[in-house]
Every structure is written in structure tokens, then in C-alpha cells.
Design a protein around this ligand. Structure first.
Ligand code: 3PG
Length: 402
């Protein structure tokens, strides 16, 4: 039995004058040449930041960004663009970027902090100790704070120092989840706790190997499992269909057999593509050719689901009481192969039940099609949401439960 997730309201903030809060966020956003591509994760951090500021807290916020080498500052991975965007979104507040947060003057910076300022630490992964879960490093990070808040849902599956060892420096009553983490857990765990049938899990993306655990888990939870994207071709190959030059994981055919067996034993219906949009090479300019049936001619590869499949998948989704979707149906980044993913996203918006989109590519697709506000929840964590749905306890969450 897992404990209750501790929330911001559980903190006795008034026990300290202008309390200092260590706030772990996931501000790992896509940045190209200094420009942020999608600021969803920065926006998602605002409710917790504002709530803490309204309560007179001094915030020391931090995040990782990308995967730097861990040997010091690398301009490409600097939090500077994030600090700027955060300040814009906070409107009247200033974001002070602390470049060396292990130096003693962080204490002075915190002491000097005005009520309209927050501190953002430079990329935590500039220190290899962050991913090494180093306790001495964690102690240094935690040393000036009175409270610990994790609002970094997207990184909570990592046992990194700032997610786990830093939290452990605080007594349990001084640690908690921020609003984003709470919302993510409520949707991703809550939607599948005694759900009303039919429950449908829609999976796509490149590889069966990325989804084995979650597919097996959903053979125990779902009534329907809908499979599109490149991973569907390994299933179709297993069923003896012609898949042409489509991507197939030959070494996962036995895994597919196992999943199909589990699904059959529990009477879970598996839906696979009945037709496809194909190309004769994996290139952005390739012409899209309809297969008109389940078999794909030699020399062609499936790059999106076809119209019959879209109709079947959409109907299953619309008639469900709970839907979880993770993984695109095709190469949705390319104009001629985006339709399947778009139609599945739209089917979710027509479903009257609880509709949850896992993070990563499916969240990016929801943003591309501007449909985020039309489903119950779009997760900010790709890896984290999948691990949670697999039934794993995430280290960053475990440490903030009662
Ligand atoms: C993510 O984008 O999935 C999270 O920020 C975690 O990043 P990581 O996979 O580099 O640990």
C-alpha cells in the first residue's frame, strides 16, 4: 500500500519567516540556437511558483536541461533562455540565474532576495554528481532551504540527487509535491483505479521494445489495446501479414506472441492497422501511397495508418470511458503522414470519458494540432508517465509520500 502524496497545503510554511523553498522543476524544454521550441513545461511550473510567492516564500528553483557531459558549464545547455522565458511568463517577477550554486555566496543571494525575485540555478547536470545521486552534493544543494518541493514530474523516474537525495535532507513533513506533480499523479494513477469499462490503451511509436512492460500491464487493465505506428508492423509480421520494407523488430516476435497470448487469456481485444499509407523510402519528400488493405507490397514501408484503420480506431476511442494514448500512429512530423496521428488525437477529443495523453511524441502531436485543452490531461513526462503506468514507483514520487 503506497502512502498518500504529500501536497503543498501540508507544509507548515508559517513556521518560518520568509521560508526558503528548494523547488525541483522539469524545465527540460527543446531549445534550438537559444530559442525555446515549446514552453509547455515552463508554463506548467507557474501555479506552484505563484502559490509559493503569494505565501512570501523565497524560491530556489532548479532543473536539468538536456544531457550535458557533467564536467561544468556548456553554453548549449545553459538555463539562460529558460530563465528569460520564466521571467516573461511571471510578468512582474525577476528570475536571478545562479551560475555557481555550490559557492558560499548562494546564501548571500538568498538573503538578498527581494519579494519579486526568484532564484533559478544553472543546469544541475553541469555537475556529474547530480546523476550520480551524490549525497554530499545533495547536502550542499539543500543547505539553505527550509522546505523541499518536487514539481518535476517529467524527471521523477530518475533517482537523480535533486529528486531523491536532496529530498531526503528534509524531514518528511517538510517535503511535498507541487501542483503539477499532484495533477499528473491524480490523472495517471487515478484514471485506472477502478475505471469504468471500456478502458482503451492506444500505443504507437517506433518500437515494441520500448513498450513491452506497459503493453503487458494493460493486458491486465484495458478492454481494448489499439496499436499503430511502426511498432504495429512487428505485430502484423507475427500474424503472417506482408509488411514489405516496414520496420520490424524480428527479435521481439516472441514478445509479441506473449502479449497476444496474455490479451487473449484476459479477453482484451487488440486492434491493429487494417490498411496503411506507405512510402518506398524513409525520406521526408517521399510520396504517400495507400495500401488499400492490410498487406504492404514489397519495396514499400508503412509510415502511417490508412483510412479504414482510422475509422476503426476512432470508433473504439470515442466509445471508451477511459483512454490513455502514448505514441504516434505514423511519421506525424511529415505532412503526408500526419493524418493518422491527427485523427487519433481528434477522436480523443470527441470521447466523453477520461482522456489522458502520455508525454513525449504524443504530447508534441497534441501541441502541434492545438488540441491539448480538449482532452482531460496531457502529461509533461514521456518516460515518467510510461513508468508510472507500468506500475513502477517513481523515486522522486516515493520520497514525497507519507
Ligand atoms: C524528459 O524530457 O524525459 C525528462 O526531462 C528527463 O530527461 P532525461 O531523459 O534526460 O533524464
Amino acid at each position: 500500500m503506497v502512502g498518500r502524496l504529500r501536497s503543498l497545503e501540508d507544509l507548515n510554511l508559517s513556521s518560518v519567516d520568509r521560508p526558503v523553498v528548494f523547488l525541483r522543476l522539469d524545465l527540460n524544454v527543446p531549445i534550438k540556437k537559444g530559442t525555446i521550441g515549446d514552453d509547455t513545461r515552463i508554463r506548467a511550473a507557474l501555479p506552484t511558483i505563484k502559490w509559493l510567492l503569494e505565501r512570501n516564500c523565497r524560491i530556489v528553483a532548479c532543473s536539468h536541461l538536456g544531457r550535458p557531459k557533467g564536467v561544468g558549464f556548456e553554453a548549449e545547455f545553459s538555463m539562460e533562455p529558460v530563465a528569460k522565458r520564466l521571467a516573461e511568463l511571471l510578468e512582474t517577477k525577476e528570475v536571478v540565474l545562479a551560475s555557481d550554486y555550490l559557492a558560499p555566496d548562494l546564501g548571500k543571494m538568498i538573503g538578498d532576495l527581494k519579494s519579486n525575485q526568484i532564484i533559478l540555478l544553472e543546469n544541475l547536470r553541469f555537475y556529474k554528481e547530480e546523476q550520480g545521486s551524490d549525497v554530499e552534493f545533495a547536502k550542499k544543494l539543500a543547505r539553505f532551504a527550509n522546505f523541499y518541493v518536487n514539481d518535476a514530474f517529467g524527471t521523477s523516474h530518475r533517482a537523480d540527487a535533486s529528486l531523491f537525495a536532496v529530498a531526503e535532507q528534509f524531514p518528511l513533513e517538510k517535503r511535498c509535491a507541487g501542483f503539477l506533480v499532484k495533477k499528473e499523479i491524480d490523472f495517471l494513477e487515478g484514471a485506472f483505479r477502478n475505471p469504468s469499462p471500456p478502458v482503451t490503451a492506444v500505443f504507437g511509436g517506433a518500437k515494441v521494445s520500448d513498450k513491452i512492460a506497459v503493453l503487458n500491464k494493460f493486458t491486465q487493465i484495458a478492454n481494448n489495446i489499439v496499436i499503430g505506428g511502426a511498432m504495429a508492423y512487428t505485430f502484423l509480421k507475427y500474424l503472417g501479414k506482408d509488411v514489405g520494407a516496414s520496420k520490424v523488430e524480428e527479435d521481439k516476435l516472441d514478445v509479441v506472441a506473449e502479449i497476444m497470448k496474455n490479451a487473449e487469456a484476459r479477453k482484451v481485444k487488440i486492434y491493429l492497422p487494417e490498411d496503411h499509407m506507405c512510402g518506398d523510402k524513409f525520406e521526408e519528400t517521399v510520396a504517400a501511397v495507400a495500401s488499400n488493405g492490410v498487406d504492404i507490397p514489397a519495396g514499400f514501408m508503412g509510415l502511417d495508418i490508412g483510412p479504414k484503420t482510422i475509422a476503426t480506431f476512432s470508433k473504439v476511442i470515442e466509445e471508451s470511458k477511459v483512454v490513455i494514448w502514448n505514441g504516434p500512429m505514423g511519421v506525424f512530423e511529415w505532412e503526408q503522414f500526419k493524418n493518422g496521428t491527427r485523427q487519433v488525437a481528434e477522436a480523443l477529443t470527441r470521447c466523453k470519458g477520461v482522456t489522458v495523453v502520455g508525454g513525449g511524441d504524443s504530447a508534441a502531436a497534441m501541441a502541434k494540432f492545438k488540441l491539448e485543452s480538449k482532452v482531460s490531461h496531457v502529461s509533461t513526462g514521456g518516460g515518467a508517465s510510461m513508468e508510472l503506468l507500468e506500475g513502477k514507483e517513481l523515486p522522486g514520487i516515493k520520497v514525497i509520500r507519507n
